[in-house]
Ligand binder design. Structure first.
Ligand code: CUA
Length: 171
């Protein structure tokens, strides 16, 4: 069978596009440190967060030299802590966020960074972030969660080491 030269070129081009699309989708799903929420963070009873040893008093906990855990509850339409007051962490620290939801699925994105996870009721999402410079970061919800989804936001204040006071830590 005779295939016209132009037809061969278009066939090759179409094939290349398909391979290219598969490659970009695969990279977007698993490349560059992207991973699905796993069960590493454990599970919680979303209806009984006030009985949880940490989520009952969400906030910053010191776990080691320059290492902190931050427990955050997302709920319609705020972060606790984060919205009415910023989450406070010291500069030059390694912070593991433990994020869960008290009601529906929310997002938890540190604006302008690649730190982003979901807040799922019953599940704790964890992610570890290093904060080097003192500065403020915005937080926002990027999962549609109801009528005020667009207004669900908060902030993280990275405090200079010299101003950091351990009494800012929950325990
Ligand atoms: Cu919470 Cu959108």
């Amino acid at each position: 069978m005779e295939i016209h030269r132009y037809e061969k070129i278009w066939l090759a081009g179409a094939l290349l596009l398909i391979v290219g699309f598969i490659a970009t989708v695969s990279y977007g799903a698993v490349g560059a440190g992207i991973e699905m929420i796993n069960d590493e963070g454990g599970q919680v009873d979303s209806a009984a967060l006030d009985e949880h040893p940490k989520f009952s008093e969400p906030g910053t906990y010191k776990t080691g030299p320059n290492e902190y855990d931050v427990y955050v509850i997302a709920k319609q339409f705020l972060y606790e802590p984060g919205t009415s007051e910023p989450i406070r962490v010291p500069a030059n620290s390694r912070v593991t966020f433990h994020v869960t939801s008290a009601d529906v699925i929310h997002g938890y994105e540190i604006v302008g960074t690649n730190a982003n996870t979901m807040a799922v009721p019953g599940q704790v999402s964890t992610m570890t972030v290093e904060f080097n410079e003192p500065r403020k970061y915005g937080l926002l919800c990027n999962e549609y969660c109801g009528s005020a989804h667009h207004a669900m936001e908060g902030s993280i204040q990275v405090v200079p080491q010299s101003e950091w006071n351990e009494t800012m830590v929950v325990n």
